[in-house]
Design a protein around this ligand. Structure first.
Ligand SMILES: [Zn+2]
Length: 422
């Protein structure tokens, strides 16, 4: 298919902590994403098995903006042993020589509108016009105003929404969209300790409320994406829209495995993100729509490294050597990988077909999983020969060798607001 021409605009919307299986666009029974559903119904290209390259914001967003795996972009990495995202273990910055999508485009003006500080921090100074740490409604309005003002040149606009990040922030009118919720109680994680009793009625009641409010947060993100898209008016015909998430979110699915298998300097297990590489953390939605984009589903395993090559392909722009491939054609079967832990010993994973290898040498952990229904782990494979085949497909260690984000009072405040400092 011919490209859209390099004059097309790019609108990349990333939603923090938006795990794939909570979107109605990906089969969730509650209608959490009416706008994304409509995009897919109208033929948007969507990946059914897209994987994040890291389980937390900084290294994963760096992949989205560079088309590189964490061991190659070397951004958002920690080095404590075990890792512990904190004022004493802050992530590495984007190295100077690593280009972002906007650096690979000619003639596009660039801007970034970000509601979660850790998304913008490693690349601050390289993101064009930057507005960070505002509400979704302000960010949406500002982004639309900026895009509408770029009439002389094409634009590349990145909007990062808070989505399902703890503490959940959902507009009043949407909080009870999926049933009653005690907002103050449900918006913050509870039952997070490694030995929390998960069999009590109190836990089950809390979990139901938390899930309903999380779904409401996804509904709110979907409404923001709709507002961005529809607000573009006629510019939509010249704009490529990409919607994805930086990673998923765990809701106790692997609590016992994590408590038994993995060190965590916080003493937590089973919730949030950054701490393991299970599929609930890696599987993300990935949707492309607009000029130069074919319709249909990509059912092969793919990765957030593929976003930049796909956008460049749709624009008909020259792509440098990157880790990802354009999804405008069948990408074929290939291994996709993840790494870059924020809490605990460094872990690495590779997914190939219906198999997944996860290693955590600091925890003396090595497992091959079979991926079953919904591409989730469904039991382990005890086959030494198969393990030998998978091991060489793991990514190299991602070494945190570069310059780090500086610890300032502002950064500590942001860390605290996001629940990273207690
Ligand atoms: Zn994130």
């Amino acid at each position: 298919m011919a490209g859209a021409g390099e004059s097309a605009n790019v609108l990349l919307v990333t939603v923090d902590c938006m795990r794939r299986d909570r979107l109605s666009a990906y089969g969730h029974p509650s209608r959490t994403t009416p706008f994304l559903d409509s995009l897919i119904e109208r033929g948007a290209l969507h990946c059914t098995s897209a994987h994040a390259t890291a389980p937390w914001t900084a290294p994963s967003v760096a992949t989205l903006l560079t088309g590189l795996y964490p061991h190659n972009h070397r951004t958002g990495l920690l080095s404590g042993e075990p890792r512990n995202l904190s004022r004493d273990d802050l992530p590495t910055k984007l190295p100077d020589g690593v280009p972002l999508l906007q650096d690979m485009l000619t003639g596009h003006s660039a801007a970034s509108f970000v509601t979660v500080w850790s998304a913008a921090l490693p690349a601050r100074g390289r993101l064009g016009h930057l507005m960070a740490d505002e509400s979704a409604s302000r960010v949406t309005k500002r982004a639309l105003a900026w895009m509408s003002a770029q009439d002389a040149s094409p634009f590349a606009c990145w909007v990062h929404l808070r989505g399902g990040h703890d503490p959940l922030a959902v507009p009043r009118g949407l909080r009870t969209a999926f049933g009653p919720v005690d907002y103050r109680r449900a918006r913050k994680w509870d039952f997070t300790r490694r030995d929390a009793d998960l069999l009590t009625p109190a836990f089950l009641a809390y979990r139901s409320e938390r899930e309903r409010l999380y779904d409401a947060a996804i509904l709110s993100a979907d409404a923001s994406i709709r507002a961005l898209w529809e607000g573009l008016g006629d510019l939509r015909h010249r704009t490529i829209l990409v919607v994805t998430a930086d990673h998923g979110e765990e809701m106790w699915e692997h609590r016992d495995e994590e408590a038994d298998g993995f060190a965590d300097p916080r003493g937590l297990a089973g919730v949030g993100h950054g701490h393991s590489l299970f599929q609930v953390l890696l599987l993300v939605p990935l949707i492309f729509s607009g000029p130069g984009i074919p319709s249909g589903a990509v059912k092969r395993n793919c990765s957030l490294v593929d976003v930049v090559p796909t956008v460049l392909g749709a624009l008909g722009a020259e792509a440098p050597a990157l880790d990802g491939v354009s999804l405008l054609r069948d990408p074929g079967e290939r291994p996709v990988t993840a790494q870059g832990i924020a809490y605990g010993h460094e872990k690495r994973a590779v997914v190939l077909g219906d198999s997944k290898l996860v290693v955590s040498p600091g925890d003396d952990y090595e497992r091959v999983f079979r991926l079953g229904e919904g591409r989730l782990e469904e039991g382990t494979v005890e086959d030494a020969a198969f393990l030998e085949k998978m091991r060489p497909l793991l990514p190299p260690d991602a070494v945190a060798s570069g310059e780090r984000v500086e610890a300032t009072a502002e950064i500590e405040e942001h860390l605290r607001d996001l629940g990273y400092l207690e």
